[in-house]
Design a protein around this ligand. Sequence first.
Ligand SMILES: Nc1ncnc2c1ncn2[C@@H]1O[C@H](COP(=O)(O)OP(=O)(O)OP(=O)(O)O)[C@@H](O)[C@H]1O
Ligand SMILES: [Mg+2]
Length: 1020
Amino acid sequence: MDEAGSRLRRRVSVRKRDRPSPGSGLAAGSAAEPQQEREEEPGAGSRRRRTAEVQPLENGDSEEDMFGDYDSFAENSFLAQVDDVEQQYMQVSERGKRAAGLSTEGLPWESGATAVGSFAASETDEPVRNRSRREDVSAELGILDDVPSSQVLYFENARNSADDLGSQCTEERDWNASSPKTLNEELPPNSIEQHQQTGDSSSKVRSGSEENRRKSLKERLKSAMTGNARAQTPVFSRTKQLKETLLSEEISVAKKTIESSSDDLGPFYSLPSKVRDLYVQFKGIEKLYEWQHTCLTLKSVQERKNLIYSLPTSGGKTLVAEILMLQELLCRRRDVLMILPYAAIVQEKISGLSSFGIELGFFVEEYAGSKGKFPPIKRREKKSLYIATIEKGHSLVNSLIETGRIGSLGLVVVDELHMIGEGSRGAILEMTLAKILYTSKTTQIIGMSATLNNVEDLQEFLQAEYYTSQFRPVELKEYLKINDAIYEVDGKAENGMTFSRLLNCQYSDTLKKMDPDHLVALVTEVVPNYSCLVFCPTKKNCENVAEMICKFLSKEYLKHREKEKHEVIKNLKSISGGNLCPVLKRTIPFGVAYHHSGLTSDERRLLEEAYSTGALCLFTCTSTLAAGVNLPARRVILRAPYVAKEFLKRSQYKQMIGRAGRAGIDSVGESILILQEKDKQQVSELISRPLENCYSHLVQEFTKGIQTLFLSLIGLKIATSLDDICHFMGGTLFGVQQKILLKEKSLREITVEWLRYLTGKGLLQKDAVDKSKEEIEYSFHITKLGRASFKGTIDLAYCDILYRDLKKGLEGLVLESLLHLIYLTTPYDMASQCVPDWMIYFRQKVDKDIVNRLYLSFVLYTLLKETNIWSVSEKFNMPRGYIQSLLTGAASFSSCVLHFCEELEEFWVYRALLVELTKKLTYCVKAELIPLMEVTGVLEGRAKQLYNAGYKSLIHLANANPEVLIRTVDHLSRRQAKQIVSSAKMLLHEKAEALQEEVEELLRPPSDFPSVEASSTEKA
Ligand SMILES: Nc1ncnc2c1ncn2[C@@H]1O[C@H](COP(=O)(O)OP(=O)(O)OP(=O)(O)O)[C@@H](O)[C@H]1O
Ligand SMILES: [Mg+2]
C-alpha cells in the first residue's frame, strides 16, 4: 500500500480498543485495582513466614473478595486451634516435599496415607454427562458456528440458490410456528422508539462519485475479510446459511416494522427467532421458565419502566436481563450498559455474549481492569453492549454525560444490586445510578439480586417496579452439622431444624485428630462423581484443608480421570514458566485444589476450567467464589459460620449455599454448614432471620463517596448551584434513607458542609456572589486541581500528595532508569498494606508510607525487568496473586496520573513519559504477545501457547478454526477455543468498523465548507 495505506496501518495500531493506549484516554478508571488479603498464619504460636504483609484494598475494580479482610480469625477460636494442629502436622511433610523441588515427578499417585471413602468407578457420572452432552451438541453444529453472519451471507449471495431456500425457510417457519407462538400473541403493545433508525437521510445527498469511491474502499476491506474467512472455512452447512438468511429477513422485517410503528418485531419476545436458536445452541436453554415469561411480559416492562427483580440464587435471572438487553440493542437500537460486580465475571460475560454479538450484529465491549475507552467509540450502525465493573461503569457514564451522549444509553442493567449497600463500591454504584436518573429520562434501569430485603427503599430511589418469585429450578436442601449429627433446616420446626441422620463414618484416631469436623467423610459422600465446594474462613485454611483431605483419600481417587489431572498439572506449569505451587502439586492428582485470590488469574482460569469439566471435583475456597465465578456444585460445605473473624451475614450465607444445585448441571443440591455447640444460637438466628437491609454508603465513604460525587457533579456541570446539588442529593439512595442514616442533620446542611470542605481544599471555587442572596445561594465551579483529580479519578485522599510528589519530581527527575517514574505511579493505597521485609525499615525511623511505597516500586521495577511473576514473588516473598494485583493496580494508577497531568500545564513533561510507562505496566510481557492479549480471556500463559502454535496476531485468532485450536494448543477446551475465536472476531469487527468510520470521515466534505453561493455572495 501507498502512503495512505501506511497511515491507515498506523491508525489501526493506535485504535486498540481495550488496552490502554496513550491517545485513547486509557482507563479513566478506578485508581487502584489490585487487592490482596493478609497472608497471616492463623493462631497464636503458629509458624510465621517472613511474608511481606498485605491486606485487601477497600475499593477496586475487582475480581476480589466480596467480604474484604477475612484472612485471620480469632486467635483462640476453635478454628484457630484446629488450624494449629493441622499446621503442626503438615509442617513436617510440607517442608520435606517443598524441598523436593518443582518438577511433576514424584506426584502423590504413589502416596500411602490412611484412606477413607473409596468409590466405585464413575459409571454414573451425571454432571459430567450433562456437560459433555452440551459440548457434543456444539460439536455437531460444526465449525460454522463461528463464521460471522456477514460472511455466510456473502456466500449465500454468491450461490444465489433461492429455490432451495424457499422450501427450507418454510420448514424453519413451521418449526417456529409450533414453538411458543402464544408468547408473541400475548405481547402487549410496546413502546418502541423510532428515532434511532439507521437510515441517515443526509447520506443520500452525497454525490455519486464520492459514494463510489468510499464504497470501493469499504468493499476492499470487506472482501479482504471475507477472503480470509473463505480460505479458512471452506465448508458451509446448508442449515446455517438458511438460518442466517432467515435472520436477515427477520431483521429487515423488524426494521420495516419499526418504520411502520407496529409492535410485532419478532417471534421471540420481539426478537428474531435466531435468538431462541442461539440460546439452545450456546446455553442449552430450550424454553423459558414460567416466571421468566411472566416477568418479560409484565406491563411495566413493556412500558420500559425501571424494574427491580429478585429471585433465589440459580433462579435464572440473567436470561431475563439478557433478553431485555437484546431487545434494546436490536429493536430499539440503543446502547446498553451491563454492570457486574467483578472483573472475572465481566470477562466470563464477554466471552459468553461475544458469539451473540457476532451472530446478531452488535458490539460487545469490555470495561474492566485497564480495558475500556472513555468516551466509548461512536459506532455508525451497530449498537454496543458495554459490560463493565462498577468502577468502570461509573467512568463510562461520566464520559457519556460529559460528551452529551448519555441519551444514547437505552438500558442499564445492574446484577447483584444488593452491592449498592457495600462500602465504597456501593457508593460508586449509587452515584452512577443517581447520575443516570438525573441526566437521562429515557434510560431504563433494571436491577436484580437474590438477596434483597428493604426493596422499598431501592424502589423509591430507582423509581422502579418490583417483581419477585421464590422459584428455584433445582431444589436446594440446607443442612447443619453439629458433632456427628446432621439436621435439616426446617422453617416449620420449633428451633428451625429437624434431625436428619447420623454421619456414618469410621475414623482412626489420627484422622479424628486431624479432621474433627468430618470433612473427609462429608466430601467423600459426593466426590469424585459429583463436584463439591468447601468454603473456608481464610486463604491459608483453604490450602490446609485441601492438603488434609488429600492425605486421607484412598489411592483409588488418583485413578479417576488421571490423564486429565496430569494435563492440568502440566498446563499449570506451562502457563507459569515451569513453576508449580507445591500444594496444588500434591492435591490435584486427587482432583482437589484450593481457590482464592493468592492464585494468578491464569492459574485461576485453568483450575476453574478443570473444575467445570469435572477433572477436578473439589475446591476449597474463600467466599470470593460465592459471588465470583459461576462454579456450581452438588454439595456445598461451609467449614464454619465465619468469614475471617466475622460471623456470617445471612446474605453471605445465601450466596455461598446458592452455588449448590445449579440448573442444567445438577438435579439436586445440598448445603451443609458445620458448626460448634457454641455457635448454635447464632446459627439458629442466621437460618431464620430476614436478609440484611441495604444502606447507602454515599456519605459514609468520604473521599470515594460524597466528595467525589460533588466534584464530578460540578465538573460535569450536572448540577453547579447549591439548590441543584441538594435536589440531586434528594434523588439518591442516601436521600431516601437520610432520616435513618443521619437524622441529626438536614440534607442541605450535609451538602453545604461538604461543599465548604472541597472549596477549602482548593478543589472547588465559589462563583461571584449575588449580594442580595444568602451565602448558601452560591454556585460553584471546579478548579484546575479539582478537574485533574476528577479526570484522573484520583482518590481525593491522595490528590494533594500526588500533586506535591509530581511537583517535587520536576526538581530532579531521574530518568536514567524507570525507577523514579515507577515510584511516582505506585498506588498510594497499597503502601499501607505492605510491611517491607528489610532490616533498615526496622532500625530507622522513616516515614512508613514513603518507605513502603518505595519498596513496592522496587517490586514493580524488578517485575518490569524480569516479566516473571513467579520469580519476583519468590524474590520478595510475596504471594504471586498479590504481585499480579500490584501490577494491575500500578498500570491503572499510572493512567490515572497521566490524566491528572493532562489537566495541569506545569506537568507537561510527565505526559510523554507516563504514556510509555503505562504501556509497559499494562502489558508487562514480551511485545509480540500484546496483540493476542487484547482478546478477552487470553492471558499471558495462553498467549504464549497460541503464539508458539503460530497464531501471532488478532487476525490469526479471528480466523482460527476452534477445532484446530483444540488440537494444537494444550489443554484448551472446545468452549474456551470458541470463546477465544468469538472474542477475537468481535474485536476485529470493532477495529474494521472504526477504520471504516475513519475512511468515511476522511472522505466527507467538512460541514462548514464554503458553498459556491456563499462565496459568490461574499464577492458581490
Ligand atoms: N429457562 C431456562 N431453562 C434452563 N436453564 C436455565 C433457564 N434459565 C436459566 N437457566 C440456567 O440456570 C442457571 C442459573 O441461572 P442464572 O445464572 O441466571 O441464575 P441467577 O438467578 O442469576 O442466580 P445467582 O443469583 O446465583 O446469580 C444457568 O446455568 C442458566 O443457564
Ligand atoms: Mg446471577
